[in-house]
Design a protein around this ligand. Structure first.
Ligand code: AMO
Length: 459
C-alpha cells in the first residue's frame, strides 16, 4: 500500500479522511471536505425539507444535515439515507460519511456534515429506559446509558488525568508501585466492616485497606511506595460518601520525622493532581458543572483536632459525640471556617486522640493521649487519613493489646517490625470522594464507574 502523502504535522490527506474515522472534537480543525465519523444518535429532527441528526461520540457532538430530495412538483421523495434517518432511534450506533462544512450559524460548534451515506452498526430499542429526570438509582440500573452523558464522560477523563498526575509525581520521585493482595487471612483495619469469603477449607477476608502490606514494604527496604487499588468495607450505611468497594489511593514513605512529612507529600500530590485537571479540563468543568477547579495553595492549613472542636463550638456547633472524634457536620463547619479565614478548600485536622485511632498510629512523645495523625478535609468532607506509624515492636504490640486485639491474630504483621524497620508513615485516600468534592457532586455514586453498596451488586 502506498504511504499516505505527508502533508505536514497535524494535517490529514483527503484519502485518510474518507477511509478513517475522525473524532468529532477534531472536526473543527479540518478544512471543508469529505469526512467519516462514527458514534451514536443523540437526537433526530425529521423536518419536511431537511433532516437534522445530532451525532455524539466519546469526544463531542456534531450536527449532520440531510436535505430531502424532491421531485419535479416539489414533493419529497423517499430515498436513502432519508428513510434510514427517519427510522433512527436515539442511541443507535452509526457510521456516516459526508461533507464537512464550517458555518458560523450552526450553534453546535460552527460546523456540520452534509450526509452522503449512513450505516447502522447497531440499532437501539426506541424506548430508552432512562431520561434526564430519572432518579439516581434508576440511572445506576442503566449505568451504560447514563454514562453516555457528556458530564459522566468528563468525570472519568478527569479521574484518568488526576491519577496520571499522581502517578507521574510518584514515578518522578522514585516511588515503587505495589499491587497488594485483596484476599487476607485477617482484618486490615477493624473487625467491623469486614467481608468474609469462603476460601477452600477455611475462610478469608477482603482487604479493607493495603495498610499492613504497604507497611511491609518499609521493612522490605522499598523506601517509598504507592498503590491505587480496590478496598472493601462491609459498611451497611447508605451515606453519600460510603461504598462497600472503593478505589483507595495509598502511599507510604520511610525515614520520616513525623506526620508532617506525610502531609507534605500529600499536599504535593494534591497540587500535582489539581494542576493537571485544571489545565486539561478546567474549561469543560466550568461549562458542564459550573465549578471552578482551584489548585490549592501550599501549605494547606493545619489545625489540631481539639482546637478545631473549639473553633466549631465557638461558631455555635457542639459536636454531638461521646468520644473525641469529629462528626460530618463538624467537618463541614471547620471547612467553612477555613474557607472564610484562609480562602482554602483543604484543611488537615491533626493530632487525633489515641482513643479513636487505630493501634498502628504513633502517639506523641510526651502526650500519649494524641496521635501523630491527620485527616484531610476537602470542601467539608474527609477524603483521607494519614499518620506516622508506630514502628517500635514493643510499643506496637502494647497498643494492639490495649485496643483489644489478639497479637496472635496479627503475628504475621508484627513480624514486619521484629527484623528491623525504618520510621515511616503514609496515607489512604478515597478516589471517589476527591472527585465528588472536586465536582460538587452530591454522592460518590455519581463519580464511581459502577457503585457497590449494601443493596447494589449490579450492574
Ligand atoms: P480510612 O479507614 O480512614 O483509613 O480510609 C481512608 C480513606 O478511604 C476512604 N474510604 C471510603 N470511601 C468510600 N467508601 C467507604 N466505605 C470508605 N471508607 C474509607 C475515605 C477515607 O478517608 N489504612 C488507613 C489509611 C492510612 O492510614 O494510610 C485507612 O484505611 O476517603
Amino acid at each position: 500500500m502506498p504511504a499516505a502523502p505527508d502533508l505536514g504535522a497535524g494535517r490529514t490527506s483527503t484519502l485518510e479522511r474518507v477511509t478513517s474515522r475522525v473524532l468529532i472534537k477534531n472536526l473543527s480543525a479540518l478544512d471543508d471536505g469529505p469526512v467519516t465519523v462514527s458514534g451514536w444518535v443523540d437526537t433526530v429532527r425529521d423536518q419536511k425539507k431537511v433532516q437534522f441528526v445530532v451525532l455524539r461520540d466519546e469526544s463531542g457532538a456534531v450536527q449532520l444535515v440531510n436535505p430531502r430530495t424532491t421531485d419535479a412538483e416539489g414533493l419529497v421523495v423517499a430515498d436513502e439515507p432519508a428513510t434510514s434517518i427517519s427510522g433512527l432511534a436515539q442511541g443507535t450506533f452509526v457510521t456516516v460519511t459526508g461533507q464537512l462544512k464550517h458555518d458560523e450559524r450552526v450553534k453546535l460548534g460552527g460546523i456540520e456534515i452534509k450526509l452522503a451515506t449512513l450505516t447502522v452498526v447497531s440499532a437501539a430499542i426506541p424506548e430508552t429506559p432512562i431520561a434526564a429526570d430519572s432518579s439516581l438509582d434508576k440511572r445506576m440500573d442503566w449505568r451504560f446509558l447514563d454514562l453516555r452523558n457528556p458530564k459522566q464522560n468528563l468525570i472519568f477523563r478527569i479521574q484518568t488525568t488526576f491519577e496520571h498526575a499522581l502517578r507521574t509525581y510518584w514515578i518522578e520521585h522514585d516511588f515503587i508501585e505495589l499491587h497488594t493482595p485483596k484476599l487476607m487471612a485477617s482484618a486490615s483495619e477493624s473487625r467491623a466492616e469486614l467481608f468474609e469469603v469462603g476460601y477452600f477449607e477455611t475462610k478469608a477476608y477482603l482487604a479493607q485497606s493495603p495498610q499492613f502490606f504497604k507497611q511491609m514494604a518499609q521493612s522490605a527496604g522499598f523506601g517509598k511506595i504507592f498503590e491505587v487499588g480496590p478496598a472493601f468495607r462491609a459498611d451497611p450505611s447508605f451515606t453519600s460518601r460510603h461504598a462497600t468497594e472503593f478505589t483507595s489511593v495509598d502511599s507510604e514513605i520511610s525515614w520520616i520525622d513525623s506526620h508532617e512529612d506525610v502531609m507534605q507529600l500529600h499536599e504535593d500530590l494534591m497540587v500535582a493532581g489539581f494542576t493537571a485537571v485544571k489545565a486539561k479540563h478546567g474549561d469543560e468543568v466550568k461549562a458542564l458543572f459550573d465549578v471552578e477547579v482551584t489548585v490549592p495553595a501550599q501549605p494547606f492549613p493545619r489545625i489540631p483536632l481539639a482546637e478545631a472542636k473549639e473553633i466549631v463550638k465557638s461558631r455555635g456547633y457542639e459536636v454531638p459525640r461521646d468520644d473525641d472524634d469529629m462528626d460530618p457536620e463538624g467537618e463541614r463547619q471547620i471547612a467553612a471556617y477555613v474557607l472564610e479565614k484562609f480562602g482554602h478548600e483543604f484543611v488537615f485536622l491533626t493530632d487525633y486522640a489515641s482513643s479513636i485511632r487505630p493501634f498502628y498510629h504513633m502517639r506523641h512523645e510526651g502526650d500519649e493521649s494524641i496521635t501523630k495523625s491527620y485527616d484531610l478535609i476537602f470542601n467539608g468532607t474527609e477524603i483521607s487519613t494519614g499518620a506516622q506509624r508506630e514502628h517500635r515492636i514493643e510499643v506496637l504490640e502494647a497498643q494492639a493489646v490495649e485496643k483489644g486485639l489478639d497479637p496472635a491474630e496479627i503475628e504475621g504483621y508484627l513480624d514486619f517490625f521484629r527484623y528491623g524497620v525504618p520510621s515511616h508513615g503514609g496515607f489512604g485516600m478515597g478516589l471517589a470522594r476527591v472527585l465528588m468534592l472536586m465536582l460538587h457532586q452530591a454522592s460518590i455514586r455519581e463519580v464511581t464507574y459502577l457503585f457497590r453498596g449494601p443493596t447494589r451488586l449490579e450492574p
